[in-house]
Design a protein around this ligand. Structure first.
Ligand SMILES: Cc1cc2nc3c(=O)[nH]c(=O)nc-3n(C[C@H](O)[C@H](O)[C@H](O)COP(=O)(O)OP(=O)(O)OC[C@H]3O[C@@H](n4cnc5c(N)ncnc54)[C@H](O)[C@@H]3O)c2cc1C
Length: 402
């Protein structure tokens, strides 16, 4: 009997369970928290930008209509640098698309995924179950503690999706590299005076990039990267002081910042696992790669990893494989995904370096880069397709079907 166990029931673990449910007779998710009980957090809710590749994956899983009903489409992206003439604009219609991406509250996306998981009899979500140990012999065995009781789950394949600090990755002996960007991101929601509901803004400042993403109506999600000392000062400002500081950095394209919700400050680091697989265990999501949020790519990349893994398991059903065959899935998964991981990491780090540095030469370079980009539709389309996750080849899920 083929079975998959997933360690971690965050957005990635839940998405993997739904995508791979057809590839195994049983899928179990081991999740330390209580995701079914997560409550919406009103004005302050966190959100995530979904690329076109993610839309395709959710379409293939039959979830897109429900997700889209709660998401705000981005039809235009305006990219500028503070105090510089260089500007570029990306328009969905120029690329023959309805939207360049969608923004959805993470809670709403999580709710759709949990409901879908609960509706599938072959998926079992063990919440309040904390991973403790892993052993690989003829099968993989995941040991965990659930409500004070020890529990062991055996499976043919284990997917490790327990976040950037991944206890399961450490238990497998897979090391990781960590880069401290020496930046802090302030995340909050704001209300603006003159909303342009389908426009997203990415603005590069000497401190770091600042994004405003539409959430519908006057509400925008603000993701503002700053040097740690400046972030500490700005995060500590009262509401009026914060709105004024944000207006100063962003300008008045949206008619002023009228309200700011609670501010959350997170130090930024990139965590990259040194291997994507060990025996019957494969790494996904932040456990594999936790990236800088500047390009909004981590979750979108993880969905493409899941699509790649689905492709391997669709070609080689788990139940037809012996031990060597299953271990080969891990080898092939790592080989198939490594190049794209490298490209996405270089793309994000390139943006961080080019747009978070106040050296005069770089200042002119980024203004020129934006100006030139705006004049070259083919190059602009390439940048847009990279951002939408469409520049990385296709497979069944990325074509929107199982
Ligand atoms: C400010 C910011 C903005 C972002 N914006 C975007 C964006 O616009 N687009 C995008 O694609 N990405 C974005 N990202 C990245 C995105 O949020 C992450 O890629 C994604 O949430 C990672 O999900 P995950 O499920 O891999 O990890 P996590 O969300 O960390 O989930 C891991 C899960 O594992 C569980 N767990 C941990 N330890 C154990 C254990 N011992 N036993 C059992 N379970 C355990 C946890 O409870 C958790 O539920 C952003 C990130 C940041 C910080």
């Amino acid at each position: 009997m083929s079975s998959i166990v997933i360690v971690g029931g965050g957005l990635v673990g839940l998405s993997a369970a739904l995508a791979l449910a057809g590839c195994a007779r049983e899928v179990a998710i081991v999740e330390a928290g209580k995701p079914r009980e997560a409550k919406p957090s009103g004005f302050n809710a966190r959100s995530i930008a979904l690329s076109t590749s993610s839309v395709q994956v959710f379409r293939a899983l039959g979830l897109w209509a429900e997700i889209a009903a709660q998401a705000a489409p981005i039809e235009h992206i305006h990219i500028s640098a503070r105090g510089r003439w260089g500007v570029t604009r990306l328009h969905a219609r120029d690329l023959g698309l309805d939207a360049l991406g969608y923004v959805i509250e993470s809670h709403a996306l999580g709710r759709c995924l949990i409901d879908a998981v609960d509706a599938m009899p072959q998926i079992e979500l063990f919440d309040e179950a904390r991973f403790e140990a892993i052993a690989q012999r003829d099968e993989v065995e995941i040991g965990c503690r659930r409500k004070r009781k020890r529990m062991a789950l055996e499976a043919d394949l284990a997917l490790i999706a327990d976040g950037a600090d991944s206890p399961a990755r450490a238990a497998l002996g897979i090391g990781h590299r960590e880069i401290d960007y020496r930046q802090t991101v302030i995340v909050c929601n704001v209300e603006v005076g003159v909303p342009r509901a389908r426009d997203a803004f990415e603005r590069f400042t000497p401190q770091g990039p600042l994004a405003l993403l539409p959430l519908g109506g006057k509400r925008y999600a603000c993701v503002w990267t700053l040097r740690p000392a400046a972030a500490e000062e700005i995060a500590a400002l009262d509401d009026a002081g914060f709105c004024a500081a944000l207006e100063d950095a962003f300008g008045y394209r949206l008619g002023g910042i009228e309200r700011a919700g609670d501010r959350f400050a997170l130090p930024l680091r990139r965590v990259q696992a040194e291997a994507l697989a060990a025996g019957r265990c494969l790494l996904l999501g932040n456990a594999a790669n936790a990236l800088h949020p500047v390009a909004g790519q981590s979750f979108n990349l993880s969905l493409r990893d899941i699509a790649g893994l689905y492709e391997l398991l669709a070609e080689r059903p788990l139940e037809s494989l012996d031990e060597a065959g299953i271990e080969q899935i891990g080898v092939d998964y790592a080989a198939a995904r490594a190049a794209e991981h490298g490209r996405v990491i270089r793309y994000g780090d390139g943006l961080v370096t080019l747009f978070s540095n106040d050296l005069p030469l770089l200042d002119s370079a980024r203004a020129a880069a934006l100006g030139v980009l705006d004049l070259l539709p083919a190059l602009k389309a390439q940048v847009a397709f990279a951002g939408m996750g469409l520049a990385f080849g296709g497979n069944r899920l990325l074509r929107g079907r199982l």
